[in-house]
Design a protein around this ligand. Structure first.
Ligand code: ADP
Length: 191
């Protein structure tokens, strides 16, 4: 089984390219953001708790997303691997992922990172807010907090995976969606 991590700041285009990668390489696309939004929509206790944090631009607790990922790994069969989108987002999550895949006799296959500058993050999220109506996209304070959270808690993962020789980056800006898709698919071909 392959365990790929699709990495990048909010708005980098992870969700845009995940489908094409998952389709081409027969992977299950797992977006922790989407799973959390489904919990919110279903009004579960977990969803209610997560909503407050997400709307504020904060991360939900590590254990919550780690549990979700483990559930998906256990439930999904008939794929050649997983494409993790939005997970891990902290060093403890990355360490948990290592333990979870090790328990399955496997290891993380590689990180596919799409990089864009902060200014572009702001523009894209503002644009997406108009289209998707996500509460966490709507306020400038929330967007700023997400960018800060990314730099403080998620960016350290770059060195974490670089040290393991598993970090691979494509440039997500300036480039068209088609160009980025080609770069990402070509990269995964080499992993
Ligand atoms: P984006 O790509 O814009 O960051 P996501 O859909 O990936 O959006 O995530 C939306 C929100 O869901 C995050 O801001 C965070 O609050 C929460 N979330 C998603 N994944 C995780 C995770 N791995 N750990 C903690 N919180 C998460």
């Amino acid at each position: 089984m392959k365990y790929y991590i699709l990495f990048g700041p909010p708005g980098a285009g992870k969700g845009t390219h995940a489908g094409a990668i998952a389709h081409k390489f027969n992977l299950k696309h797992v977006s922790t953001g989407e799973l959390l939004r489904a919990e919110i929509a279903a009004g579960t206790p977990l969803g209610l708790e997560a909503k407050k944090l997400i709307d504020a631009g904060s991360l939900v607790p590590d254990e919550v997303v780690e549990g979700m990922i483990e559930n998906v790994f256990n439930a999904v069969k008939d794929v050649d691997g997983f494409l993790l989108d939005g997970f891990p987002r902290t060093i403890p999550q990355a360490e948990a992922l290592d333990r979870i895949v090790a328990a399955r006799g496997e290891s993380v296959s590689g990180v596919i990172s799409i990089m864009i500058p902060d200014e572009e993050i702001r523009k894209r999220i503002a644009h997406r807010a108009a289209i998707e109506g996500r509460a966490d996209d709507a306020s400038e304070a929330t967007i700023n907090h997400r960018i800060e959270t990314y730099h403080a808690q998620t960016e350290p993962l770059i060195d974490f995976y670089r040290a393991k020789g598993k970090y691979n980056e494509v440039c997500g800006y300036p480039a068209s969606i088609e160009e980025v898709r080609e770069r990402v698919l070509a990269l995964v071909d080499t992993l």
